[in-house]
Ligand binder design. Structure first.
Ligand code: PBG
Length: 327
C-alpha cells in the first residue's frame, strides 16, 4: 500500500508516545478534598471510597505532611459535624472545626493553599446548602450567611473560599463582603456549574446527611448545557477567580465549553461517586485500577480542566513521574 500518511508512525514506542502525548498533569494541578471533624487520632476511610478520609485535625496535619513531599500543596476542607440546626449556625462558629483546621494548617504547613467549602449542608438539620423553610430555599437570606461564613474562613487564614451552594448572586455578594472586610486577597473558586447529580452519595454518607426532598431547585439539571454558559457568564461578571464544573467525567462537554468561553482557570471536581465507581470496577477486576484512574484524569485534562479536585490526588501525585505511555 502506498500511504503518505501513517498516524501509527508516532505510536511505535513508549518514548515517541510520551513525546507526542498532548495531555499531562502535574501535582500542582491537583486539589485534595478532605473531611474534618472534632476528635483526636481519627482517620476514617469513607464507605465505598477507601482513598478518601474523615480526619481529626491532628491526623489531617500528619496526612498533609506526608503528601506534601509528593507535590500536593492544595487542599479543600469539608466540615463534618453533629451540631446541626435549621439555620446551620455551627457554620458561623469561630471555634468550629473548619476555622480551627485552617489555623493549624497555616501554622504547621505554610506552603499549603487552603480552600474551604462554603455551604451550610454539614450544619443544617434538613441537609440543604442554604436556609430552608416551608419546603423552600431562602436564596437571599442564605447568601447573607454564606458571606459571613466566607469571612470567617478567610479571617482564619483560608486563601480561597469555594461556594458550592448554587444560590443566585452569591459570588458577587461574597466578593463585595470580603472586600469590605479588607479581604480582597482571598480568591473565590466558584462551583459554577454544579449539577444535581446522583454521584454525591459517598460524600453525603461522610457528612451523615442526605437532604430532605432534593437539591434540584438550586443545582443544575443534568440535561442542560447552554444553561451552564449562563452560570459561567454570571460568575465571571460577579468576580469568580476560578470556575468549576462538577461532577467531572460525565460533564466533559461543559468543561470544554468553559475552557473555550473564559479566560480564568477552569477546575473540575471528580466527585465521590465517580471515584467510588472506579474503585468498585477495579475491585471486581473489570479493569485495572491505575489505568482507569489515569484515563479518567487525562480525559478531564483533555477536556480542558486546569485544576482537578480528586480523592485520587495522592495516588496521582505518586504516579506522576512515571511514563504514562506504558500504562
Ligand atoms: C455540598 C457539596 C456536595 C459535594 C461537595 N459539596 C454534595 C451535595 O451537593 O450534596 C459533593 C462532593 C462529592 O461527592 O465528592 N455542599
Amino acid at each position: 500500500m502506498k500511504l503518505l500518511k501513517r498516524p501509527r508512525r508516532l505510536r511505535q514506542s513508549d518514548t515517541i508516545r510520551e513525546m507526542v502525548a498532548e495531555t499531562r498533569y502535574h501535582p500542582s494541578q491537583l486539589i485534595l478534598p478532605v473531611f474534618v471533624k472534632e476528635g483526636k487520632g481519627l482517620k476514617e476511610p469513607l464507605q465505598n471510597l477507601p482513598s478518601a478520609f474523615t480526619f481529626s485535625i491532628d491526623k489531617l496535619i500528619e496526612h498533609l505532611k506526608n503528601v506534601e513531599p509528593l507535590g500536593i500543596r492544595s487542599v479543600v476542607l469539608f466540615g463534618v459535624s453533629d451540631k446541626r440546626d435549621a439555620n446551620g449556625s455551627e457554620a458561623l462558629n469561630p471555634d468550629g472545626v473548619i476555622p480551627k483546621t485552617i489555623k493549624e494548617i497555616r501554622s504547621q504547613l505554610p506552603n499549603f493553599f487552603i480552600s474551604t467549602d462554603i455551604a451550610l449542608d454539614p450544619y443544617t438539620d434538613h441537609g440543604h446548602d442554604g436556609l430552608y423553610k416551608d419546603g423552600k430555599i431562602l436564596n437571599d437570606e442564605s447568601v447573607e450567611v454564606l458571606c459571613k461564613m466566607s469571612e470567617l474562613h478567610a479571617k482564619a487564614g483560608a486563601q480561597n473560599v469555594s461556594p458550592s451552594d448554587m444560590m443566585d448572586g452569591r459570588i458577587q455578594a461574597i466578593r463585595e463582603h470580603l472586600d469590605t472586610k479588607s479581604l480582597e486577597e482571598t480568591t473565590i473558586m466558584s462551583y459554577t456549574a454544579k449539577y444535581a447529580s446522583c454521584m454525591y452519595g459517598p460524600f453525603r454518607d461522610a457528612l451523615g446527611a442526605a437532604p430532605v426532598s432534593h437539591k434540584k431547585t438550586y443545582q443544575m439539571d443534568p440535561r442542560n448545557r447552554r444553561e451552564a454558559l449562563k452560570e459561567l457568564h454570571l460568575d465571571l461578571e460577579e468576580g469568580a477567580d476560578i470556575v468549576m464544573v462538577k461532577p467531572a467525567s460525565l460533564y466533559l462537554d461543559i468543561i470544554s465549553d468553559f475552557k473555550k468561553e473564559s479566560h480564568v482557570p477552569v477546575a473540575a471536581y471528580q466527585v465521590s461517586g465517580e471515584c467510588a465507581l472506579l474503585e468498585l470496577g477495579a475491585s471486581q477486576n473489570l479493569f485495572d485500577r491505575k489505568r482507569a484512574i489515569l484515563e479518567s484524569i487525562h480525559s478531564i485534562r483533555r477536556a480542558g480542566a486546569d485544576l482537578i479536585l480528586t480523592y485520587f490526588a495522592e495516588d496521582l501525585a505518586k504516579w506522576c513521574g512515571e511514563s504514562n505511555a506504558k500504562q
